[in-house]
Structure formats: C-alpha cells, structure tokens
Design a protein around this ligand. Structure first.
Ligand code: BDR
Ligand code: CA
Length: 314
C-alpha cells in the first residue's frame, strides 16, 4: 500500500478518514498526528486512539501535536462534531497510549524511514496545519523528503467558517501559508482538496443500512458516524468529508485538479484565512499583476466524481 500519515483533529469526518486509512489494503498507515481543531487536543487524541483501537490498529503510533494555532486563539467546532468531538456516541476510553514522541518528531522519523526505503511518504493533513508548519520549520530536511502533501482545506470558490474562509485554513492561516511556501521551496507536490469538492462524496441512507448489516466494529462505527452527519446535514446523503481526501489517493482519476498559484490571506478584515486561487490566464493579466508573479505550485481539486470516492470509502 501507499505509505501515508494522517494529521487529524478527530472529528467525525476525520474518524471516517482514519477508518479508510487504517483498513484499506491500498494504504499503509504509518502514523497519525493530532492537532487541536474540531475539538480541543485532549479530545482529539482520545478520539483518534479510540478509532484505531476499535479497528485493531494499536501498533500505529499516534503523536500529540499542537494544542493551539500559531497566532490565533483556538476556536473549536463542537457544534458540528458533538461535545466530545466525535458524535457523542459514548465510545469506551481507549487503553492504547500515544507515542512518546511529539508530533513533529514522529513526523520526522516516519518521513525519513519511508524515504530511506525508497517509498516517500504521502502526508495528509485534515485539520489546521499547525503541526505541519512546525515540521517545515523545525525539520526542513525531513520535510523535503516527503513524496507528496494532500491537504483538506481552503477552497477556490466555497467557504464555511466565515463568508471568505474554510475552517482548517481560517483556524491557523499562518500555518497554511508556511506549509504552501515550504512545499514550493522544497519542491514537494501539494494538492489542495478544498470545499469546492469536499461535500460531493456522499453516503445515502441505503448505504448506512448496508453498513449496519455488516458485523464488524469498523462498519458499525462508520454507520454511527455517518448517521450523525445525516442528522445534521442534507437529507440526500451525508458527506464523508475528510475521508474524501484520503479516497483520492486510491482513485486519482476521480478528481480533476489544476495547477494554480494559491496564496493565503493573512491580513484582511473580512477575508483572513481565505485561499486566493489564481484562476486567471497566465499570459494575460497575471503578467501585469502589481503583486508580482506567484508560483503555480498547488494542484487545486476543482471537480470530483463524488459517488466514485464515496464508493472507495464504503
Ligand atoms: C474541515 O473542518 C472540519 O470540520 C472537518 O473535519 C474538515 O477537516 C472542513 O472545513
Ligand atoms: Ca478535520
């Protein structure tokens, strides 16, 4: 399988992503790192350990990362994810313990080990990118050995946390800016799986009924998580959210990307945290842009085949 590390703020849909990464034979989940976001860090760590333990992946090291964004105060999203950050399902406390290494060190070691094997790691941030920015600054030699970054965040035309910005980028805009810069400097390919595509892979009531009929802890947990999303969101199906970004690793043809310059707005009154995706024609207006040329370095997901990605998850 493809060697991957997930950076999460578990999180109902982060849990869906963890299930896919932990169980799909096409993926080799080598570590998970945690960051404060959807829920406070202690809840994120517990939820992450619970998911891995429920599916028997207790050997996967889980690193504790940043509790707070680089500059902002933490603002969690428990109104979306439940008071425990994971749908208030009353799941048992995990016996599994986190790794002794902090997240940035676990990331460094895992990246180096994969690169040494000749199988460079795919890093999948599904949360505010505080840990990844710290990695880029503290361990640049490891960062540059990444095979690829595929992050959930931002959007060319769609927002959620504010009228202008997506939650993960809004939560720590400086971190997102540092990560995009580091990817450009170190020539690490980076894909932005943002809100333009995020809501498309959906699971229907019929799918949930099928999951409920499968007698495994993973299927039961998946059904419970998705039902929670159903209650909160659309009746025509619940998005698998962050899990869609992981599914694109297994079905690259289910996503259409364009390589574009992306900048993160750090100072706007109403636009802080917005990802500015430059969709202009290179030859025209861009050449006369007073801001100067921005490198087109991000593969921005603009369209996905939602049913295909949902199928990968199911
Ligand atoms: C992102 O924010 C969180 O609520 C989800 O887990 C996802 O990572 C969507 O904006
Ligand atoms: Ca998330």
């Amino acid at each position: 399988g493809i060697p991957v590390v997930l950076d999460v703020d578990t999180g109902v849909d982060d849990a869906c992503a963890l299930l896919l990464a932990a169980l799909h034979p096409g993926l080799d989940l080598r570590a998970v790192t945690c960051v404060g976001g959807n829920a406070p860090l202690v809840d994120v760590v517990r939820n992450t350990l619970t998911v891995l333990e429920m599916v028997g992946r207790t050997e996967v090291p889980v690193g504790i990362g940043a509790a707070r964004p680089l500059l902002e105060d933490p603002v969690d999203a428990r109104h979306v994810h439940g008071s425990d950050g994971m749908a208030d399902l009353g799941l048992p406390s995990p016996a599994m313990r986190p790794d002794e290494r902090i997240a940035v060190d676990l990331l460094r070691d895992t990246i180096e080990a994969s690169a040494d094997e000749g199988r460079p790691l795919t890093l999948v941030p599904l949360a505010p990118m505080t840990n990844i920015a710290l990695l880029a600054r503290l361990h640049p030699h490891a960062f540059r050995r990444l095979g690829r970054v595929v992050f959930m965040g931002g959007g060319a035309n769609v927002s959620n946390a504010t009228a202008a910005a997506e939650f993960n980028v809004f939560h720590d805009p400086e971190a997102a800016a540092v990560v995009l810069d580091a990817c450009a400097v170190h020539e690490v390919p980076v894909t932005m799986y943002g809100l333009d595509v995020f809501y498309e892979p959906k699971v229907t009531d019929a799918h949930v009924a099928r999951l409920r009929g499968i007698d495994t802890a993973a299927a039961q947990l998946a059904a419970a998580l998705i039902s929670f999303h159903h209650r909160r969101f659309a009746s025509d199906g619940a998005t698998i959210g962050d899990a869609g970004a992981v599914a694109t690793l297994l079905a690259p043809d289910a996503v259409r990307t364009e390589r574009r310059p992306v900048r993160v707005e750090l100072s706007g009154t109403w636009t802080r945290g917005r990802t500015i995706v430059d969709t202009r024609d290179w030859s025209g207006d861009m050449a006369h842009d007073p801001h100067g040329p921005a490198p087109a370095s991000v593969d921005v997901a603009l369209e996905v085949n939602g049913p295909w990605l949902a199928d990968v998850w199911l």
